[in-house]
Design a protein around this ligand. Structure first.
Ligand code: CTP
Length: 415
């Protein structure tokens, strides 16, 4: 594994009812800091759609040797990309194919190509009689003999109603075994005790009770930051605008929902009183209607073509004005002159870091599951590769730490 980058895990999903648990394994690996790509069999896609794994991993799913974006030999490239391949659930059929060296689809071809390139781990999941069948047991022994690690299976009630051995091992055990094989320590709680404020999502500025001004923000980047920071031990307050679709959030994150820029300003400044650092990821409206109507405006009677706007308060700039020694970061979503605009925002708002992303590119636009950002600070510009949002979140948090964020700094700033 190359030093200084996230471990690469290839998740191979086969056609069994436990395929849905492969989604949780994927999330567990990401939370532990791994980058995950997925290959699936056609049968697996009858249980869970490829689109689910694409959304979670932020990368295309390899399910067709002859149709994989950006590569004509996905099985070879993925086997070389991976530091570990893990099969979840490993069905009797796929283990039999692996034991015989059969490569008749994208998943089995990729696993065969892993030989000499990356270790393979299987987490079997099947009916108890299929597991107990001497053919399956012989295949498992053959795989073990060739260095394949076998995790589980566990015992219990199976989906078919039978009780016995064959159940996929608990998700935590599968993730722990993978991290163990990678030599990756469980996620370091390097933000333990840090009180972090994150703003996320759009704001809505009311014109009247039915109309508002908004923007395309989905909140995904801010939520990824909150989730990654919580996994690393931070006490996170997420001030969240009206996101268009619900997003998952760890229960330990304190969430404060707001609607308008003014409400976000008030909530963020209040939360910042007890915070050690802040990351302003929200796409806050720059202008708001000067006098929102208390009734629905009628186009025949009232001036819907002329809405007087006033500038909103700049939350990031106002946090920076009172930050003292605390680290405050902002984002700059631009469509042109990215780095020049980011450097200007860094200076104008007094921030320690501006995370600049070009929203005209598909991999870093609103709603994408990936982002390609540049970290702009007084010490220069660091351009990062396109990465899934959890990895981008970790990189931003690493930068905030490097800039000196530390637990308890909110107390220093009050003196
Ligand atoms: N921001 C904020 N409050 C505002 C406007 C912006 O906190 N009223 C923050 C955003 O959360 C982001 C950063 O400022 O972290 C940059 O936002 P952006 O809209 O790109 O910058 P603006 O200063 O509004 O400049 P412009 O719209 O001209 O690009």
């Amino acid at each position: 594994m190359s030093a200084g980058r996230a471990p690469h895990v290839l998740l191979a999903v086969c056609g069994g009812i436990a395929a849905y648990k492969a989604c949780e394994v994927l999330r567990g690996l990401q939370k532990a800091g791994c980058e995950v790509r997925v290959t699936m069999t056609a049968d697996a896609e009858r249980f869970v759609g490829a689109v689910t794994f694409e959304a979670l991993s932020g990368a295309p799913v390899a399910d067709d040797l002859y149709d994989y974006p950006g590569s004509s030999i996905p099985h070879i490239e993925l086997s070389e990309w991976a530091d570990l391949a893990i099969v979840v659930p490993a069905t009797a059929n796929v283990m039999a194919k692996l034991a015989c060296g059969i490569a008749d689809d994208c998943l089995t071809s990729t696993l065969l190509a892993c030989h000499g390139s990356c270790p393979v781990m299987v987490a079997p999941g099947m009916n108890t009689r299929m597991w107990a069948n001497p053919a399956t047991q012989a295949n498992v022994s053959a795989l073990r003999g060739r260095g394949v690690t076998v995790v589980g299976p566990g015992s219990g009630r199976l989906a078919c109603g039978d009780v016995g051995e064959g159940k996929l091992a608990p998700v935590e055990d599968v993730v722990a075994a993978a991290l163990d094989a990678l030599g990756a320590a469980p996620r370091e709680r390097d933000l333990a005790g840090l009180r972090l404020l994150v703003t996320a999502g759009p704001t809505h500025e009311a014109i009247d009770p039915v109309r508002y001004i908004a923007n395309r923000s989905t909140g995904k980047m801010g939520f990824a930051l909150a989730e990654a920071a919580a996994a690393r031990g931070a006490e996170v307050t997420l001030v969240c605008g009206p996101i268009p679709r619900p997003l998952p959030l760890p229960s330990e994150v304190r969430r404060v929902d707001v609607v308008s820029a003014a409400q976000m300003h008030e909530a963020a400044l209040s939360a910042f009183e007890g915070a050690d650092a802040a990351i302003c990821c929200a796409a806050v409206a720059d202008y708001t209607p000067a006098r929102p109507a208390d009734h629905k405006l009628k186009k025949s009677r009232e001036h819907l073509d002329r809405i007087e706007l006033v500038e909103t308060a700049d939350i990031l700039a106002d946090l920076c004005a009172v930050k003292g020694g605390r680290v405050v970061a902002g984002f700059a979503a631009e469509t042109d002159d990215l780095l020049a605009h980011a450097a200007d925002k860094l200076a104008r708002k007094g921030a320690d870091l501006i995370v600049a992303n070009d929203v005209s590119r598909p991999e870093s636009t609103f709603g994408a599951d990936t982002n390609r950002v540049a970290l702009v600070s007084a010490s220069g510009v660091e351009q990062l590769e396109t990465m899934p949002l959890p990895a981008v979140a970790d990189a931003v948090l690493d930068a905030v730490l490097r800039l000196g964020a530390r637990p308890g700094s909110h107390r220093d700033s009050m003196r």
